[in-house]
Design a protein. Structure first.
Length: 135
């Protein structure tokens, strides 16, 4: 007899989907070892992922150079168990039965790698706590 196990899913949302949400998604993939389905999106996606964010994650051995920014969709919210917002205000649709968390984080936009590292480290710890509640 086989049992289906539900793989939890998390959607990270920020305005540009170029920094905070990309870092959180990358850490969730790596730290969960694939046990969590991960999505990220932005309410107003930027043209590209922030180069300082890519560099800061590369220091940790995580390569997100293939990642692209994605627009926030209702479908992505509906398909996720947990929705983590990061400075996107009211642009994220709310659905009953979903778990929502709002992470207040500095925006890495316009910062060099030295300014991104503390944000990266904060996100990594928040992801660890979130994973502990999911797995």
């Amino acid at each position: 007899m086989t049992y289906e196990t539900h793989r939890p899913s998390v959607l990270y949302v920020c305005v540009h989907n170029a920094g905070r949400s990309q870092m959180a998604a990358a850490y969730t993939r790596v730290l969960s070892g694939g046990a969590v389905e991960v999505r990220s999106a932005g309410s107003e996606p930027a043209d590209q992922v922030n180069p300082a964010v890519r560099a800061a994650l590369l220091e940790e051995g995580i390569d997100i150079s293939a990642e692209t920014r994605k627009i926030l969709t209702t479908q992505a919210v509906q398909a996720s168990d947990v929705v983590v917002t990061m400075g996107c205000g009211d642009s994220c649709p709310i659905f009953p039965g979903k778990r929502y968390e709002d992470w207040v984080l500095d925006d890495p936009a316009g910062r060099g790698i030295d300014g991104v590292r503390p944000i990266r480290d904060d996100i990594k710890e928040r992801v660890r706590r979130l994973l502990a509640s999911l797995l």
